[in-house]
Design a binder for this molecule. Structure first.
Ligand code: NAD
Ligand code: SER
Length: 314
């Protein structure tokens, strides 16, 4: 069996930092190469190799993959929902061409596995709002959602046509304390904890009763590793899997913070991100992920709040 050598593209981002550190624990620090367009995140310094890389430059990407003897790629470079609405063509170009570049190289170099994340943003206003199923009406209205939905079918196509073992999760909004979020509609659920500790108050850009599917980063990292470790025969969906952990509103996360910081106050000033949030489901049904590869979350809102406040206070 060949030893895996992994390339994480977008390693300096919100997910990339924690995923790179987790992969280095499993595979060994020199077996996981972190790559990003921007400089290395300080949390990665001294933990393993780093290369500066633009996923849009297919030739240079291909050279790196050959030169570093890469066998698996985790592709995280993308423009998220809120930033995407400010520059739709940039979001479409990066989110689509970046994926196609990696899929092509994965096919040519016969990479053993590829991970590419989709999002709850594939769903649109015509999808069921509560317990939105794996397979349902999917009509996204953001450029980010459109790019994720198209990307899912490119993954499915490369699996069916060329046998590229590409696996994917439709992540919910992710909450973390290690690295900052990168321009999503769910970012309020990270900002609120930081501002609670810094200023004891927070102005939320979504209305108090806006429910969205959410997940704490340790659960998201574990879901990713478990999906990638599952036997290929267990993976029934080669588009992308719904995974769920919790669903809450700004009012509820505020109340959970107030249990620890009673004087904390939240005010509301909805902006263009409200419309994006309103187009997404409030909660997700993930029974196929639970049945096919044994997904189960560990964190709920109360435990996450305690952990976020503890770690952000250190
Ligand atoms: P992020 O914005 O924090 O990180 C993305 C990283 O990609 C950044 O470090 C950026 O510098 C890098 N990058 C951008 N363009 C690049 C290029 N041309 N070449 C190389 N690197 C480039 O995003 P994230 O939150 O870590 O998200 C990672 C992936 O997970 C994305 O595909 C995103 O759509 C998906 N996702 C994230 C969430 C979430 O809540 N964070 C939810 C659903 C899906
Ligand atoms: N957290 C992401 C966003 O809000 C969902 O993909 O864009």
């Amino acid at each position: 069996m060949r030893k895996e050598k992994i390339l994480v593209i977008g390693a300096s981002g919100q997910i990339g930092v924690e995923l790179t550190l987790a992969l280095r624990k499993v595979y060994g620090e020199n077996q996981v190469v972190a790559a990003d367009l921007r400089e290395q995140n300080p949390l990665l310094h001294g933990t393993g190799p780093y290369v500066s890389l633009d996923v849009m430059n297919k030739e240079m990407l291909h050279v790196q993959i050959i030169r570093q003897n890469i066998t698996q790629v985790y592709l995280l470079a993308a423009i998220l929902s809120a930033t995407g609405e400010k520059n739709p063509s940039l979001a479409w170009n990066l989110n689509m061409q970046g994926l196609l570049n990696v899929l092509d190289i994965a096919r040519e170099e016969k990479l053993s596995k590829l991970f590419w994340p989709s999002s709850i943003a594939v769903f649109g206003p015509s999808s069921p709002r509560v317990n939105c199923p794996q397979q349902t009406v999917i009509e996204p209205t953001t450029v980010y959602g459109i790019s994720k939905y198209a990307g899912e079918f490119w993954c499915n196509y490369y699996w069916n046509r060329f046998g590229v073992d590409v696996r994917s999760i439709r992540y919910p909004g992710l909450i973390s304390y290690k690295s900052e979020p990168g321009g999503g509609t769910t970012d309020y659920a990270v900002e609120i904890y930081r501002e609670a500790l810094l200023k004891n108050k927070y102005t939320c850009f979504l209305k108090e009763d806006t429910y969205l599917p959410m997940m704490y980063m340790p659960d998201a990292i574990r879901a990713t590793l478990e999906l990638m470790e599952a036997p290929a025969a267990a993976i029934k969906f080669r588009t992308s899997y719904n995974v769920a952990a919790m669903s809450f509103s700004p009012r509820e996360v505020c109340a959970s913070i107030q249990k620890h910081i009673p004087s904390f106050e939240m005010s509301i000033a909805p902006d263009y991100r409200q419309q994006i949030a309103d187009s997404w489901p409030q909660s997700i049904d993930d029974s196929p992920a639970r049945a096919d590869w044994g997904w189960k979350e560990e964190f709920d809102l109360a435990i996450m709040t305690e952990d976020m406040l503890k770690n952000l206070s250190l």
